[in-house]
Each structure stands twice: as C-alpha cells, then as structure tokens.
Design a protein around this ligand. Structure first.
Ligand SMILES: Cc1cc2nc3c(=O)[nH]c(=O)nc-3n(C[C@H](O)[C@H](O)[C@H](O)COP(=O)(O)O)c2cc1C
Length: 288
C-alpha cells in the first residue's frame, strides 16, 4: 500500500450513500483484513463484516459519540483476544483496514463504544474474544476538499513549499506542537526533521485520526530513538487513548518504511528522564 497517498486522501465519513460495496471490493477488504500487518504479531484478531440491518438499530443510542450511531451500509467489528497491548494492536489493525478500504475507494469512520459485552450481546455474536473496534464502511455521499494543514515555515522553505508539504493535514496541530527534539517542549524545526529524513513520517503521523480529533500524541526524538507519548485526559477513556496510539504507530511506521528503514515499535517505558509531564504516558519507542 502507498501509505503516503492513502493517508493524504483519507478522512472520516459519517454520511454514506445507500449503496452496498461491490462484491469484488468487499472481498479485497475482507482478504486484507485476514492477513493485514499487526503491531503485536501473536495476538489473535477476528474481524467480522456485518451489514446495516444487523448493526445500526442494535447499536443506535449505545455506540458513537453521545450514542449517535453512524448509519452505514457495512461495519467491521474487530474482536481480539485479551493480551498485553491488544487495544493498541486493534488501533493499528483497524486503521490498516480503513486505509486499505480508502485505497479501494471505500470510506470509513471509527465508532466509539463503552462496553464489549453489550456489543456482543446486542449483535448476537458468538465469540470468546473481546470487541475492540467498530468501523463504519461504505461510499461517502460527498467528497471533502483536502485543505492545507497548519505548519509553521522553517528556515529554507518558502510558504509554497510548506503548503505542498503539509497538504492533507486539515484540522491538525502544527508539526512543531507534536514533535519535540531531545527534551519535552523543545519544538522540532522543519530543517532538522528534513535533514534526518523524519519530516514525512512525522507529518503523516500528525494526520492520524483520533477520538474527538484530540490529537493526543507527542513524539520525542532523541538521536536515533523516537518515543511516542499519548495524553491522558478526561474527555476520553483508556480504550480510546490506546486505539489513538495504535493508529499513530501505523501511520509513522507505514511512511518511514517506504522512505527510510524498517522499524520495530517497543511497547514499554523508556529509562531516560525527558521531562515528560504527568498527563502524558510513554506508549512505545523505536530506533530509526
Ligand atoms: C478511536 C476512535 C473513535 C471514534 N469514534 C467516533 C464516533 O463515535 N463518531 C464519530 O462521528 N467519529 C468518531 N471518530 C472519528 C474522529 O472524530 C475523527 O477521526 C477525527 O475527528 C479526525 O477527523 P478525520 O478522521 O476526518 O481527519 C473516532 C475516531 C477514533 C480514532
């Protein structure tokens, strides 16, 4: 998959045409879901594709922001065995499916929910796994205009260069507010990121979708080490934070592997003291 292009064109769709996905495309998405990359290889995941009539009314009032369920022709229900980091893994896997769908012209949107047991019960699922994700799928009613994201200009870049570089990052924080170098709060500048071939991977990670568009991730660069932290706040729960983290890891990894090198996320705390504030938690780190 061409991560750059797919990420650049992707956005959440809440308004779907009353039209089912054609059989060939649906099969491609299902086949991808069966074999798609995982963040943690040995976590068993089971993805069920269900149609509007089996899901919408059952979950309306229960799933979605304030219980507002998204009305879509299809849904992917992600089920996972419960193991360390299974929610981050679900974010990574689920968003992989959204990107694949997007590549095939199919729009998507994550739908939040409170409790796995209720979803299993309401959807009549027979499973020994936990529900870890609900994703709406279908053809969007209208195309959104991709607008320029906010990135402050770096030394050697003209405004036009920056516009080109940041196209697609609509409604996102500027890169400098998300990426720090050496110490917490020390904002990364575009030239340094470009010299280290990290501009693109960071700029695309910045475009990751997140619950309520909170953009809770901050990246810290320490030499060749990249550390991902995620904010813990009252607007969202731990599940949503972990899904958001998994998605950001996929975006960063997908893009850096296309341009620079393979990476392996280590899902554990880091030793060094970077002055990370209390409300941020280290999720993972990797070497580039
Ligand atoms: C874990 C997660 C849960 C979400 N839940 C909902 C939801 O219940 N309803 C909704 O309309 N959008 C939901 N979204 C979509 C986000 O609001 C959206 O990704 C964000 O506002 C950024 O917009 P964009 O994806 O169009 O760039 C969710 C996104 C994530 C990652």
């Amino acid at each position: 998959m061409d991560y750059r292009q797919t990420i650049a064109n992707k956005y959440s769709v809440r308004d779907y045409k009353d039209k089912t996905i054609d059989a060939k495309t649906a099969k491609e998405i299902r086949d991808y879901a069966r074999t798609c990359p995982k963040l943690v290889e040995d976590i068993a995941v089971d993805i069920r594709f269900m149609d509007y009539d089996m899901v919408y009314r059952q979950l309306d009032g229960f799933a979605g922001y304030k219980g507002i369920m998204i009305n879509a022709p299809h849904y992917a229900i992600l089920l996972s065995e419960k193991k360390d980091h299974y929610i981050e893994n679900a974010g990574y896997v689920g968003e992989g499916i959204c990107l694949k769908a997007n590549e095939l012209g199919v729009a998507s949107c994550w739908i939040t929910f409170e409790d796995s047991k209720t979803v299993i019960h309401k959807l009549n699922l027979v499973t020994d796994k936990e529900v870890v994700g609900i994703i709406a799928l279908g053809y969007g009613k209208k195309a959104r205009k991709i607008t320029t994201g906010a990135v402050a200009t770096g030394g050697n870049y003209t405004q036009a260069d920056m516009k080109k570089k940041s196209a697609g990052g609509a409604g996102r924080l500027p890169l400098q507010k998300i990426v720090y170098i050496d110490q917490w709060g020390q904002e990364a500048d575009v030239d340094t990121l470009t010299e280290r071939a990290l501009y693109d991977p960071m700029d695309y990670a910045r475009r990751a979708p997140s619950t309520l568009n909170r953009q809770p991730w901050r990246f810290l660069i320490d030499g060749s080490k990249i550390i991902l932290t995620v904010r813990d706040d009252e607007e969202t729960n731990e599940y949503e934070e972990q899904i958001d983290a998994g998605i950001a890891m996929l975006y960063f990894e997908g893009v850096i592997e296309q341009s620079l090198c393979q990476i392996q996320w280590k899902l554990e705390p880091v030793e060094k003291d970077y002055g990370i504030p209390e409300e941020y938690k280290v999720v993972a780190s990797c070497e580039v």
